[in-house]
Design a protein around this ligand. Structure first.
Ligand SMILES: [Mg+2]
Length: 154
């Protein structure tokens, strides 16, 4: 795991090439429940695409319409299975085609994205969570618990 914890927009993804990139939405490319991806995040996604990566969105957000519309705006795949990260069934059979060196999970939460990467045998690229003033108390508490868990895991 990268421990620098930069925001997604500030990460140097130049080492990710020819890989499967499983991308989180909430707290990673938009604030929780966000609907609009801003140009900085969009540029990063285009950069990942230019390096021949296959980008697949896997979100635990129950608002599938929102997930799909973001995926569509980014022109990337979106997998909806009814399973939630870190359950490996959330990605289906896709991973079998990729080696552990070419499978990345980019996300803001250790307890979902981090464990997901570990179970899939891939690399977790943790990013700083993108927050909003509108984040609910529940969302804030989850971020807090997740940060505590990172201290325990690493
Ligand atoms: Mg997230």
């Amino acid at each position: 795991m990268k421990s620098s914890q930069s925001y997604f927009k500030d990460c140097d993804f130049s080492s990710i090439k020819n890989s499967l990139v499983i991308l989180d939405i909430d707290g990673t490319i938009v604030p929780h429940n966000g609907t609009e991806v801003l140009p900085d995040e969009l540029n990063q996604i285009n950069f990942l695409k230019e390096n021949n990566n296959r980008i697949v969105i896997v979100s635990n957000n129950v608002d599938q319409r929102r997930n799909e519309s973001i995926a569509q705006a980014l022109d990337v795949e979106c997998i909806e299975t009814g399973y939630r990260k870190p359950d490996v069934r959330a990605i289906g059979k896709l991973v079998a085609q990729y080696s552990s060196q070419s499978l990345f999970v980019i996300g803001d939460k250790m307890l979902t994205d981090g464990l997901f990467a570990k179970k899939l045998g891939g690399v977790f690229w943790g990013v700083e969570n993108l927050r909003s003033k509108e984040d609910s108390l529940g969302v804030r508490i989850f971020y807090f618990i997740d940060r505590m868990s990172q201290k325990i895991f690493y």
